[in-house]
Design a protein around this ligand. Sequence first.
Ligand code: GAL
Length: 641
Amino acid sequence: MTGLGKLLILAVSLSGLCAGAASAGEDASGLNATGQWSQINTGSAPTPPMGWNSWNAFGVAITEAKVLGSAQVIHDRGLQERGYLYINLDDGWWLKRRTSDGRMQVRVNLFPSAATGGPDGSSLRPFTDRLHQMGFKAGIYSDIGFNACSQAWSPDNPNLPEGSQAEREVGLMGHARQDISLYFKDWNFDYIKVDACGLSAYRPGNPMVANGHFRQFGPIIADAQVNRSDIGAVKALYSDVRDALRAVRPQGDFVLSLCNWGSANVRAWGKGVGSMWRTSNDIDPSWGRMLHNFDTVATRELYAGPGHWNDPDMLEIGNGVFDADHLVEARTHMSLWAIEASPLIIGTDLTRAPQSIIDILGAPEVVAVSQDRAGHQGVIAYADSEREIIVKSLSGTGEKAVVLLNRTAERTSLVLTPAHLKLAGDKPIALRDLWAQKDLGALHGLKAFDLGPHEAMLLKASGAPVLADGLYLSEAPAWINVAVDGVRVPEPDPIIHRMMDPYHLSTTSNGNHPVYAGWGGPRADATPYDQGLAIAGSPYRYGLGALANSRLQVKADGGFSQFAAKVGVDDSSRGKTAAVRFELYGDGRLLASSKPKRFGEAAQDLSVSITGVKVLELVARQLADSDGNMVVSWAEARLTK
Ligand code: GAL
């Protein structure tokens, strides 16, 4: 080795030593501020995607005529104008993968326009051309594994992929680049939903695997047990699809919808891979299931924002207990998806939908809440198991949308106050009923509302912000990026409503247990374990709660001059022994840090000038091992001008 080589090695190892000595373990934990906004969106979904999908309406009994029938209704009856843009195929469109070159073939008996013949055999290009001519964008469906969901779950369906084992492998596994290029370049699709049965269903015990009908894979997703899923492998496979899409559509004009049902901790990493990601198992048209799916997004407010959305699954409006005989429930379902900034993908046969259902899907002031360009998800302002108040900041100053929800089958009442809305109580607050499109008069101090069974009201409140010259961070969840959540071991979230499982109706098992990881993730106006924020006996209504060893980024965009918060170990902390230091960075520079804070110690004021700062980083650094997870509060965290 040359002298220069030796010198270089010495220099490199010394610099490594210095970094290690300066901050033991900091880099490995991801806690060091980067100064760079690290939420990189996938594709283009500046507001929650809106459209229609075949699955909830038709299952695998899908045909071109049925899809175009609903598209025509969206076009003709005002829904396209409201923003319903994507017309998406779900499972059932494929015939087989051609073994000579791997090119996917379309089931042309169901999609006649795909019978193009020639060397390609078949093509969905005429179908997407038709949709594009109608002013729509087109969506397709695939699976991340070798095989798809219908092949595992609908074995008697006559329209399943045909041929040899290899021909029946219609999923993206081993063909991601080829298929994505075919779908997005040749066929010109704009949106893809990528399911995950290929990673979970083709397990050794499956009889169709045992008899050689399907190739065995994994499983690497254990749907109900996050700690048995190979989270890294699932994420890597979906990331390959994202990269294939970026290669074919470098302008980012696509939507990638991840459909692994909230499994494998996707509720934490989906924002870096998909434009949207399912947070739960499949919805069905029942009240309990709708609540279940809703709950899986309701506590994930800090994970969504323009370009990346929590997806509680497609709408069931028009179906089952959300049909024209249940307009209260249908409106509630719509209100909840709108307040949560969830994708609005219609899942009913619109050719049979009465006007009352079309009116709900197209309600202009409701859709406007969903599509508000600020992209904030609703934040829970009040909750018990029966009633909730959820508030979504809108882009206009002092404008909030609020849902008042009755989860029960009994009448109930609740009281709304300016504090729920984070609006000044001593100034007028105008309320408007967005379903009735009527002003309700002013909120003076408080207002009581009666709600019928399963009823939700969706209101807009306009007033003066409670902070005259700025906002609480919990009012702006879309400005927050969870760079590091501090979760050491994924734990299932126990507060999600556990519905009667439609796939296992009998009670012969020992019941329905929590399954979705995410418990312990940071929250707005709550701790990561859903307690109220409190430090040394003082409760705080507003703020951010997190685990120690977390790093939260805030997009301040140079618009504020001051950051302030009261910081400390939360009174609900599970760990009680370790000290935690709170550090505030602006564009990568340390601006302020707290004393080491211990359980039970009074909150410390952290107030610092941030003029010109674009990216703030809130780091809670745990200074020693602890006896349990340390819970910290950035109480009353706020930005002012
Ligand atoms: C499920 C998915 C549904 C639908 C179905 C098709 O895994 O969650 O939305 O796509 O597969 O078989």
